[in-house]
Design a protein around this ligand. Structure first.
Ligand code: GUN
Ligand code: ZN
Length: 470
């Protein structure tokens, strides 16, 4: 195969204004007067932390000259009053454009983008619809009928175009998507991600047992053949894997036979494609796994014995992992996607992020739409705080997660989950400019009674930076 054509250059740009990103899981780096120079490759070339105030009035010619002749013709983008840059929620900037999303009030900044490490794109129309169900009856009642409808490509196009637009609007620059069993619809999702400039892992769902007759793989061979077709499409679409990459997606152990899991494990090893699945979400599911796989010690071992537990594996939920399972996940360097909103909505339980971290496991955040009601990673971050407080009510304050910690999960943690920690999730020289512009709604004096179009967050002007970010 000939090498892929070079990626078109971007316009060299200097982003001027406050910026915020996670220095570590306990510390935010907050720079009130910064500038970040981004090269034509989309890579951050320099970071200035003490930029003269007049630059905020877009009068930067003299200062720019000091940066050297190569920055003379650079475009300057200056954040307005009340705005700041923040990394995308596990996201990335791919050379066709400096991708950036603008969030009003929800999180008002251009920040390093955020990553959604677990979202079912096909379930988006069901967001918020779960009645009184728990996992297994929720799948039968709401989820399988909707996913099956993606045999119709027009339905898939409507939903996927909106999911990608909506997640980008929420600041998600990188998403790990579960699609459906349909090859054409899954490939279409990858096409739309590329068109819109969203970084994504795109997975065709495999399920050859315990699923409705109308929605299942007809055989192990069919599951492997169709997975191969999607892997080939995504790799042909983006040969360098800069924006989209394929991910092998056994739905979860109960919906795959042992031969199917083993065949997908072999495919994982052979192709080097990522793997994503669910683990230990709900008590009924775990009991089912025990019954279906009596020779395996536990749920994590089922995946391990199939060759599916590796450093390129993303495990959603991990609510009820035993200590032995945590040790195994850590040994295999598999990653966990914490999906707090979904775990509450489906009454699955409270995952213990602190326990996972203490075991040395990498954790990111997932919305798990439509188990989760919102496609916003920021909402997942809020829910991670709330769930950690519920854990703390019975297990002590050590379980509580701080704002700094959940923003870390949403950016650097998510980046590590999808193997992009050197590229995205923070603002550092050599990383990609992968950011969103956050604009908080200032309450103007004399206009306190008016609600404008700048979102649901109100800032009065006396807040410290730490308070604004919280
Ligand atoms: N387990 C198997 N399939 C699913 C799904 O679609 N959503 C969630 N939350 N858990 C699952
Ligand atoms: Zn899920």
């Amino acid at each position: 195969m000939p090498p892929p054509p070079p990626t078109p250059p971007l316009q060299q740009t200097i982003y001027v204004g406050p910026f915020v990103f996670s220095e570590s899981s306990t510390e935010l780096d907050i720079c009130p007067h910064g500038a970040i120079g981004v090269a034509t490759t989309g890579t951050i070339s320099f970071i200035d932390r003490d930029v003269p105030a007049e630059l905020n009035n877009a009068d930067g010619a003299r200062w720019k000259a000091e940066k050297g002749t190569e920055w003379e013709d650079a475009r300057m983008l200056v954040a307005e009053e009340g705005e700041f840059f923040f990394p995308g929620f596990v996201g990335a900037c791919w050379p066709p454009s400096h991708s950036a999303t603008y969030n009003t009030k929800a999180a008002s900044m251009w920040d390093p983008r955020r990553t959604d490490t677990h979202i079912h794109a096909s379930q988006y129309p069901n967001a918020g619809i779960f009645g009184k169900s728990t996992l297994m009856d929720w799948l039968d009642t709401y989820t399988f009928p909707l996913e099956a409808s993606f045999a119709d490509l027009a339905t898939a196009r409507r939903v996927y175009a909106r999911v990608v637009a909506r997640t980008l609007a929420h600041g998600t620059t990188t998403a790990a998507y579960h699609a459906t069993i349909h090859v054409a619809a899954t490939n279409l999702l990858a096409d739309i991600c590329v068109e819109r400039g969203q970084r994504a892992l795109v997975g065709r769902v495999c399920m050859d047992t315990l699923s409705p007759e109308y929605y299942r793989d007809e055989s192990v061979e069919a599951a492997v053949r169709d997975s191969r077709a999607c892997i080939a499409h995504v790799r042909q679409l983006d040969p360098r894997g800069e924006l989209v990459t394929p991910v092998i997606t056994p739905r979860f152990a109960p919906s795959c036979t042992t031969p199917c899991l083993r065949a997908l494990g072999e495919l994982h090893q052979e192709t080097g494609a990522w793997c994503q699945t669910h683990i230990s979400e709900n008590a009924g599911e775990i009991a089912m796994v025990r019954e279906l796989f009596p020779d395996s010690a536990d749920y994590a071992s089922v995946y391990d014995e199939a060759g599916l537990l590796t450093p390129k594996t993303i495990l959603a939920h991990a609510v009820h992992l035993s200590e032995a399972e945590r040790k195994l996940v850590k040994r295999r360097k598999a990653k966990v996607s914490h999906c707090p909103a979904s775990n509450t909505a489906l009454t699955s339980g409270c995952a213990r992020v602190r326990e996972l971290w203490d075991a040395g496991i990498t954790v990111g955040l997932g919305t798990d739409v439509s188990g989760g009601y919102s496609a916003s990673v920021l909402e997942a971050a809020r829910q991670a705080i709330m769930v950690s407080r519920h854990v703390a009510m019975t297990e002590g304050d050590g379980a509580k997660l701080s704002t700094e910690e959940v923003l870390y999960l949403a950016t650097r943690g998510g980046a590590e989950v999808v193997g992009l920690e050197d590229k995205i999730g923070a603002f550092e020289v050599g990383m990609q400019w992968d950011a969103q512009l956050v604009g908080l709604g200032e309450v103007a004096k004399g206009e306190e009674g008016k609600i404008g179009e700048d979102g649901p967050v109100d800032v009065f002007g006396w807040e410290q930076w730490e308070e604004r970010v919280a």
